[in-house]
Design a protein around this ligand. Structure first.
Ligand SMILES: Nc1ncnc2c1ncn2[C@@H]1O[C@H](COP(=O)(O)OP(=O)(O)OP(=O)(O)O)[C@@H](O)[C@H]1O
Length: 293
C-alpha cells in the first residue's frame, strides 16, 4: 500500500450518514473497544492460513494497552483489524458500539516507519490530515494553531518547515505521532512506533508519549516486541500465544503508579515482578522450538 493510500484510509468519508454514526458512537456507554471471537484466515498458495483464532479482548476508555508476542504471532494483524485495514473472517471489533469494517479518522495509526510524504514539510504533512478532518469546523487560523500545538506536544515546533529527509528517524517518528494526535482520534493505534529507533531516542520518545498520554488521556493500542517498553507504558499487557491460530494467552494488569520514572522503576520490586511475568510467558510458556537449544 502506498503512503498516500495509508493516509487517505485514515481520513473521513464525505458521507453524512458516517458523521451521524460517529456521533452515536461517541454517546455509546458500553465497552470502549470489544474484540470478540476474532479469527482470520489469509489465502495463501497452499490454502488458507489461520493467523488468529477466536481472539477476545476488551479495552476501556483511556487505557494504554500493549500487545506483545513473538515475531509473526499476529500482533499487527490484531491492530490492522481494529484499524479496519484487515477484515476478520469470523467475529469482529466493536468500537464504542459500532462495528469496525473500514478505516476511519476515529482511529489514527502510527507505523514503525512514520509514513510521511517526502515532498511535504513536517507542518504540511500534519496539515494534510488536519484540513480533511476539520474542514468546516476550524478556520485557517485555528487550523494553524492546532497544527502548531500538536508539533509543540512532540517538541518538534522548531523543525516544522523542514522536509522529512532533513530530520532524524526519531524526529520523523515524532511528526508521525503529532499527525496522529492532531486527528483527535478516539483510539490511537501504534504498530511498533519506536522499533526502528536507537535506545536513547526510543527512551526519549517513550517519555514524551507517557507525558502526552497523562495529559490527553487517549486510549492507545500499541504493538511492541519490547518487554520493558510494554511494562513502562501500559495499563494492560496482552500476551499472545505463538501462531498459527494465535490467541490471547494472558492479560496482565500493570498497576504501577503514574507518572512513571524509568530510572526509579529499574529498582522497583513490583516493576521487576511484572517484567518477569511477561518474560516467563514469552520464554517459558511460549518458547518457540528454535529457542529451545
Ligand atoms: N496478508 C497476509 N497474507 C498471508 N499471511 C499473512 C498476511 N498478513 C499476515 N500474515 C501472516 O499472519 C501471521 C501474523 O502476522 P503479523 O504480521 O500479524 O505478525 P506480528 O506478530 O505482527 O509479527 P512481527 O512481530 O514480526 O511484526 C504471520 O504468520 C504472517 O505471515
Amino acid at each position: 500500500m502506498s503512503v498516500m493510500q495509508m493516509i487517505k484510509q485514515q481520513l473521513p468519508s464525505a458521507d453524512p450518514a458516517e458523521g451521524l454514526k460517529q456521533e452515536k458512537a461517541r454517546q455509546y456507554g458500553g465497552a470502549f473497544l470489544d474484540l470478540s471471537g476474532v479469527s482470520i484466515d489469509f489465502p495463501t498458495r497452499s490454502g488458507f492460513f489461520r493467523a488468529l483464532d477466536k481472539v477476545n479482548l476488551k479495552i476501556n476508555k483511556g487505557e494504554f494497552v500493549s500487545v506483545i508476542g513473538h515475531s509473526g504471532c499476529g500482533k499487527s494483524t490484531v491492530l490492522n483489524i481494529v484499524a479496519g485495514l484487515s477484515q476478520a473472517t469470523e467475529g469482529g471489533a466493536i468500537l464504542q458500539g459500532h462495528e469496525v469494517n473500514q478505516p476511519g479518522p476515529d482511529r489514527a495509526v502510527v507505523f514503525q516507519n512514520h509514513a510521511l510524504l517526502p515532498w511535504l514539510t513536517c507542518y504540511q504533512n500534519i496539515e494534510l490530515a488536519v484540513k480533511e478532518i476539520f474542514k468546516g469546523r476550524k478556520n485557517r487560523k485555528e487550523m494553524r494553531e492546532w497544527i502548531e500545538h500538536n508539533l509543540r506536544l512532540v517538541h518538534m515546533d522548531h523543525a516544522m518547515h523542514k522536509y522529512p529527509a532533513e530530520i532524524s528517524g526519531g524526529m520523523k517518528q515524532r511528526i508521525g505521532i503529532a499527525r496522529a494526535l492532531a486527528m483527535e482520534p478516539t483510539l490511537l493505534l501504534m504498530d511498533e512506533p519506536f522499533g526502528a529507533l536507537d535506545a536513547l531516542t526510543r527512551a526519549h520518545l517513550q517519555d514524551s508519549v507517557m507525558a502526552i498520554q497523562a495529559d490527553l488521556k487517549n486510549t492507545v493500542l500499541m504493538v511492541t516486541h519490547d518487554v520493558d517498553e510494554a511494562v513502562l507504558l501500559s495499563d494492560k499487557i496482552v500476551m499472545m500465544t505463538n501462531g498459527p491460530a494465535a490467541r490471547i494467552g494472558e492479560v496482565l494488569d500493570i498497576e504501577l503508579e503514574r507518572p512513571r520514572e524509568r530510572l526509579a522503576l529499574a529498582n522497583d520490586a513490583q516493576y521487576n515482578q511484572y517484567r518477569a511475568q511477561v518474560l516467563s510467558f514469552l520464554y517459558e510458556r511460549q518458547r518457540r522450538p528454535e529457542e529451545a537449544h
